[in-house]
Design a protein around this ligand. Structure first.
Ligand SMILES: [Zn+2]
Length: 101
């Protein structure tokens, strides 16, 4: 699920934003990136009725504030630049899972 879809779901359920696809779940939760994003969404008065119009704004926010926790492809894994968490690149149709050591 991408970032915009995650936000849509969060708005529908009036909950916080879960980790979007290709972002580090570790940093997203622990560093409260998701919490800050959701606060900002409320401040900007983004809701289900204007989410489509605000897509560009959200993407800009993500590029500015969330790019450091975006997972980078490295061999067979995705790697978080921030905390160096490695996630195995999933087989098609499955979610990334934590690499077991
Ligand atoms: Zn991370």
């Amino acid at each position: 699920m991408n970032l915009i879809e995650n936000i849509r779901k969060a708005l529908e359920h009036n909950s916080t934003v879960g980790t979007p696809e290709r972002y580090c779940p570790n940093c997203w939760g622990r560093q409260e990136y998701g919490g800050h994003l959701f606060e900002t969404i409320h401040k900007e008065k983004i809701d289900l009725s204007n989410l489509n119009e605000k897509k560009g704004w959200i993407q800009e926010y993500a590029a500015k504030h969330l790019s450091s926790i975006k997972l980078q492809k490295s061999g067979d894994n995705y790697v978080c630049q921030k905390c160096t968490l490695q996630l195995r690149i999933p087989q098609s149709g499955t979610k990334p899972t934590k690499t077991e050591f």
